[in-house]
Design a protein around this ligand. Structure first.
Ligand code: IMP
Ligand code: MG
Length: 178
């Protein structure tokens, strides 16, 4: 697997430290509240498990499945949300937890979907942000790292459903996906 990687961008230690910092910010901002954390599968699964354990508040945990990539490295421009919102959002302090904010297509679609249900508040927590790639204006309230315009894998992020199990975040050699 390692022969497919170009460079490690964020090490296990760097990620651990940053995730703890993000968790601390959320603990502070939501003190005495019961936020509803919504993880966007599948990419969030590692980040979500780690940040959830840095949050020491009473909170509700739910997941949605969204996909816009399929087996490519560029967004298809349309998002499919694989599960319906079968839980109460109205009046809740919602935090969407995402792996990466790239074109913004996925998060803007999810944001619209959730806002229709009238939450009390809505914030976005993304481990990674690639602002240079944005097609739709959407920003995250909590961002772990800004990252360069390269296709990256690991810590939950995949290329064609592979590399999610890497404990760090790395760029992929272009010949692997071209
Ligand atoms: P967006 O809709 O283009 O903002 O993309 C969001 C989703 O695309 C993320 O939740 C990821 O699953 C996936 N994605 C975007 N960039 C990358 C990348 O560099 N590596 C792996 N997955 C990515
Ligand atoms: Mg993906």
């Amino acid at each position: 697997m390692k022969e497919d990687l170009k460079e490690i961008l964020f090490s296990e230690e760097q990620i651990k430290k940053r995730v703890m910092e993000l968790g601390a910010l959320i603990n502070e901002d939501y003190a005495f509240k019961t936020p509803l954390l919504i993880g966007v599968l599948k990419g969030c699964f590692v980040f979500f498990a780690d940040i959830a354990r840095c949050i020491n508040l009473k909170c509700e945990i739910r997941f949605l499945v969204a996909s816009s990539y399929g087996y490519t490295t560029v967004t298809s421009g349309s998002v499919s949300v694989g599960t319906t919102l079968d839980f109460e959002i109205t009046g809740r302090d919602v935090i969407i937890v995402e792996d990466i904010l790239d074109s913004g297509v996925t998060l803007s679609a999810l944001r619209e979907l959730i806002l229709k249900q009238d939450p009390l508040s809505l914030k976005i927590c993304a481990l990674l942000d690639k602002p240079s790639r944005r097609q739709i204006p959407v920003s995250a309230d909590y961002v772990g790292f800004l990252c360069p315009d390269e296709f990256i894998v690991g810590y939950g992020l995949d290329y064609a459903e592979r590399y999610r199990n890497l404990p760090f975040i790395a760029s992929l050699k272009p010949e692997v996906y071209s």
